[in-house]
Design a protein around this ligand. Sequence first.
Ligand SMILES: O=P(O)(O)OC[C@H]1O[C@H](OP(=O)(O)OP(=O)(O)O)[C@H](O)[C@@H]1O
Ligand SMILES: O=c1[nH]c(=O)c2nc[nH]c2[nH]1
Ligand SMILES: [Mg+2]
Length: 163
Amino acid sequence: MGDHRKNFPVSWEELHRDGKALAWRLLEHGRWDGVVAITRGGMVPAAVVARELEIRVIDTLCLASYVDDRQGELEVLKTASAASTDGSGWVIVDDLVDTGATADKARELLPKAHLATIFAKPLGRPTVDTFITEVSQDTWILFPWDTEPQAVAPIARTGGRPR
Ligand SMILES: O=P(O)(O)OC[C@H]1O[C@H](OP(=O)(O)OP(=O)(O)O)[C@H](O)[C@@H]1O
Ligand SMILES: O=c1[nH]c(=O)c2nc[nH]c2[nH]1
Ligand SMILES: [Mg+2]
C-alpha cells in the first residue's frame, strides 16, 4: 500500500448524508441539464445528487488511475457524450479529489461544467468548484464499497502506524 498515515472510513449512511449535503449546495446554482458521473467512484454520489435534484439525464466519464492506493497513469476509458458540448449547464460528480489529476482531465474535456465532489484533499482542492469535506493529504478515504468490517488492534498498539 502507499504512504498514507491515516485511514478515514466512511459508511453508506455518511455517504448518503454527504451526498444530500452536496445536492443542497448544488441546488443554490439553479437547475442542471444533466449529471456526469466520473466512474467508478463518482457513481454513488452522482446517484444521490441526481435523485435529490430530480435530474434524470446521467452520463459517465470513465477515468482510472489508481490501483489500490497507488497512483498510476491516468487513463481515459470513455468520454461523456456531453463532451460534444463544452459542458455548460452540466455538473460533474466524483467521490473525491486527491492530487487533482482526474479533475484536471474532466475539466479539459468539459471546460464549462461545474465540478463537485464529496471529499477534497489540499492538493486537489483548487480544481473543484464545490465539495463537502476536506481531509489531509496523508489520509486515505475508505469507501464502503471497498471495505468490510473486521477486528482491528487498538490505536495505541499500532505505534501510530495505519492499521
Ligand atoms: O485527484 P486524483 O489524484 O486524480 O484522485 C481522485 C480519483 O481517484 C479515484 O479514482 P480511481 O482512479 O481509483 O478509479 P475508480 O473511481 O474507478 O476507483 C477517485 O475515485 C477519483 O476519481
Ligand atoms: O478510495 C480512495 N480513497 C482515497 O483517499 C483516494 N485518493 C485517490 N483515490 C482514492 N480512492
Ligand atoms: Mg475515480
